[in-house]
Design a protein around this ligand. Structure first.
Ligand SMILES: Nc1ncnc2c1ncn2[C@@H]1O[C@H](COP(=O)(O)OP(=O)(O)OP(=O)(O)O)[C@@H](O)[C@H]1O
Ligand SMILES: [Mg+2]
Length: 471
């Protein structure tokens, strides 16, 4: 794929070098390996260049791939530092496929030797180093989650087991290609908690729109587990989670349908009478009592991943049901069925916003069963990536500036001037989406998306002023 490098890309590459974001420049034959610090996760990444007679080749992968490098990226523009190539086209071949260099060239470009981290400097040649290259082809998509090698091995073993055991229907419920960009080590921590010998349920904590639900989808993709979602609320009760007794016809079709109708009626409080059920099934069914499992019981027995969103809205009756399930016992007591043991591959993840209306603090014993993980929202770089999937770089930058200004006004340590209602990543992404559709002027769309859902007229005016100052 040919990618055009712009002047802006080159300026940024030089700026990054001055900021010491480039760790290493090493050579291996005709190839030059550059190791740089990724701003999204603070970890070293590698890009490889090769200058042939008439073109520059590169082996690289970064978030800009999502937009097919529509605006290129500063990493590719390092070619200008290496070859003085200026704005040009680069042939992007694939992902970096080699992580050793035989010569340190860093000092030719910077006043210091290379800081080799992922790239190994080995005069003699390659030593087999465990790198992403070792990921088997069918698990290659995990690369983007940047899991450490030891954890990755566990993940792969778990995934292979799921591939063998799950039914086709269950596999259809496994999320694919989840666009979650790791911010800190939250993905690693959550995955490792789910894969301890006695796993712990992660509890994702963070403000609205910080990526908790998206992270859970990513966890399901990583573990290759079908997902079921429960959203906390006062109407969630034991029957909904575990199920309840219902009458089902002994043999006559359509037994399943009738049982379902029975359960639904039971939930709203008006069960069908036996006579009504009999009429439904043609009047000739013999009925028997059976247990219709609730969503949680199904996930527990079928070995699936359950997300309990807004766990701090659940009523105590429900949290107490979960106590033994989330302990080493991994059992749950179901009225009429007795003690049910969880499938060994069953997993649970919970999420919550802290301190919102209607929430209650989790009691200590309950909270202690979880591995707490903070999900605090996206970095500027991730924000730019998400926006650039929808709009051009300069528009993305304006939107990111507006978002940062709102963030300042909402979370300023010296005194907030706007309430939390005024900041919403979702609204910002909607604005980007609408801009990409060209349905009105940029300014109109941004003001409309970011102010119209605010109830307070004075906040609407304040946010509008803040936007206008930045456009
Ligand atoms: N790290 C991230 N990588 C990619 N997208 C993200 C990330 N964080 C947030 N988003 C995007 O922000 C939006 C909101 O994310 P999400 O629904 O996961 O937040 P949440 O924390 O569950 O919010 P809420 O508490 O309101 O339910 C989504 O469009 C999501 O794709
Ligand atoms: Mg959510």
């Amino acid at each position: 794929m040919l990618v055009s490098i712009t002047k802006a890309n080159i300026t940024l590459a030089n700026y990054k070098m001055a900021e010491d974001q480039i760790l290493t420049i090493g050579a291996n034959g005709d190839r030059i390996l550059v190791e740089y610090l990724s701003r999204s996760n603070g970890k070293p990444e590698v890009i490889i260049f090769q200058h042939t007679e008439d073109k520059i080749l590169a082996w690289h992968n970064c978030q800009a791939a999502k937009s097919n490098y529509a605006n290129a990226c500063w990493h590719l523009a390092i070619s200008d530092i290496l070859y003085n190539s200026g704005p040009c086209q680069i042939d992007l071949i694939g992902e970096p496929d080699q992580f050793w260099a035989t010569k340190d060239l860093t000092q030719e470009f910077m006043p210091r030797p290379g800081k080799f981290q992922t790239v190994e400097l080995s005069i003699e040649g390659p030593d087999p180093i465990p790198t992403e290259i070792d990921i088997p082809e069918k698990h290659k998509s995990l690369r983007r989650f940047r899991l450490p090698k030891t954890l990755l091995d566990k993940v792969i073993a778990f995934r292979e087991r799921q591939e063998q055991r799950l039914t086709g229907e269950q596999k259809l419920r496994i999320p694919q290609n989840v666009n979650y960009i790791p911010q800190n080590a939250e993905v690693t921590y959550a995955v490792s908690a789910l894969l301890y010998d006695t796993w712990s349920p992660p509890l994702l904590m963070g403000p609205k729109g910080s990526g908790k639900s998206t992270l859970v989808e990513a966890l399901a993709e990583i573990l290759h587990l079908p997902i079921c979602r429960i959203s906390g609320g006062i109407d969630i009760n034991a029957d909904y989670l575990l199920g309840c007794k219902t009458l089902i016809p002994e043999e006559t079709a359509p037994a399943k349908l009738i049982a379902k109708i029975g359960v639904n009626c039971a939930k709203v409080g008006e069960p069908l009478t036996v006579e009504e059920l009999r009429q439904l099934s043609g009047g000739n069914a013999t009925m028997r009592v059976a247990h219709e499992p609730g969503v949680l019981l199904e996930a527990i027995t079928n070995g699936e991943l359950i997300l309990i969103d807004e766990i701090n809205v659940l009523i105590p009756e429900v949290t107490s049901i979960l106590h033994t399930l989330l302990d080493w016992q991994r059992t749950i007591t179901v009225s009429g069925l007795g003690e049910v043991k969880a499938h060994p591959d069953f997993r649970l993840v919970a999420a919550m916003n802290v301190g919102y209306m209607g929430t209650r603090p989790l009691n200590n014993a309950f909270r202690d069963r979880f591995r707490g993980i903070q999900v605090q929202g996206v970095s500027r770089e991730t924000l730019m990536e998400l926006l650039q999937e929808r709009v051009a770089e300069d528009t993305a930058r304006k939107l990111a500036d507006i978002y940062e200004a709102l963030y300042e006004s909402v979370y300023s340590p010296t005194g907030a001037t706007l309430s939390e209602n005024c900041i919403s990543l979702r609204s910002l992404l909607r604005a980007a989406e609408e801009i990409s559709m060209g349905i009105a002027s940029q300014k109109e769309i941004i003001i409309s998306c970011l102010t119209e859902s605010l109830e307070s007229a004075s906040e609407r005016t304040q946010v509008k002023d803040l936007i206008e100052m930045r456009l």
